[in-house]
Design a protein around this ligand. Structure first.
Ligand code: PEP
Ligand code: MN
Length: 268
């Protein structure tokens, strides 16, 4: 059913998959233009070509900040254009897909929407890559079939993202990173597999270890949350790392990715 020819994502020359190890970094959510520009321009200085930021947030509580919506999309596009970077942002609903296509380079489907097949089918109709996060309690077959929903509808530009699953402890680690998933999903599917160390651990003290584990395990990249003032962010501040920590992490990635003959793309 699934042919295993590796898929390499290429957005304006910026790649995920194949021989590449890709880092995507940015805040959990877009709060305003100035802050997003500051974070994105800093991560770019470290060689990171893709940045993240949510305009629509799926919050556990309805009273938490839900995102800036279209204003956030306008901000993320402006920053991507000004810095010539690739933007990643989460889509939470079918009716936002058309609008988001005008603003965002890579769509992200969050853990809570992995089983939203109407949304997955709609994303099969667009010509932009989709980062599909693993449902927090989903099996390999369920998540691979979720990817298949996007592909069957016409889009094979899919990146699988491991963001931690529910196990026994939510006090010391928000979720549990299933590191076996890297190898298993690379064997069972043609898609690049990236790790989200921020949502996996849910604590900034764990992000370095999980990021390096991802690279050492042969993942195709990481997507993580960073900000210049992590404690002041409105969303996921406990797992957001500062720039000094991000730099410490990034500096070691080339040698770890080299274990799997993977390279980091550089700006010329
Ligand atoms: C996020 O990336 O900000 C996010 C909400 O992730 P997840 O869907 O993995 O919880
Ligand atoms: Mn988050």
């Amino acid at each position: 059913m699934i042919e295993n020819k590796r898929i390499i994502i290429d957005v304006k020359g910026h790649k995920i998959g194949g021989d590449w190890f890709t880092t995507i970094a940015g805040p959990c959510t877009i709060e305003n233009y100035e802050d997003l520009y500051k974070v994105a321009s800093y991560v770019k200085k470290l060689g990171v070509r893709m940045f993240r930021g949510g305009a629509y947030k799926m919050r556990t509580s309805p009273y938490s900040f839900q995102g800036l919506g279209e204003e956030g999309l306008q901000i993320i596009k402006r920053v991507a254009d000004e810095l010539d970077m690739v933007s990643v942002s989460e889509v939470v609903s079918v009716e936002d897909v058309q609008l988001m296509s005008e603003y965002v380079d890579i769509f992200q489907v969050g853990t809570r929407n992995m089983h939203n097949y109407r949304l997955l089918n709609r994303l099969g109709e667009i010509d932009k890559p989709v980062i599909l996060k693993r449902g927090m309690s989903s099996t390999y077959d369920e998540r691979l079939l979720a990817a298949e929903h996007i592909k069957a509808a016409g889009n094979d530009q899919i990146i699988l993202c491991e963001r931690g699953i529910r196990t026994y402890d939510s006090m010391h680690s928000r979720n549990t990173l299933d590191i076996s998933a890297v190898s298993i999903c690379q064997q069972l599917s043609p898609y690049p597999v990236i790790i989200d160390p921020s949502h996996s651990g849910g604590r900034r003290e764990l992000v370095r270890s999980l990021s390096w584990a991802a690279a050492a395990a042969g993942a195709d990249g990481i997507i993580l949350e960073t900000h210049f003032q992590p404690d002041k962010t409105v969303c996921d501040s406990q797992q957001t790392i500062n720039f000094a920590e991000l730099e410490k992490i990034i500096i070691k990635l080339p040698e770890l990715a080299a274990l799997w003959n993977k390279k980091i793309q550089r700006y010329e």
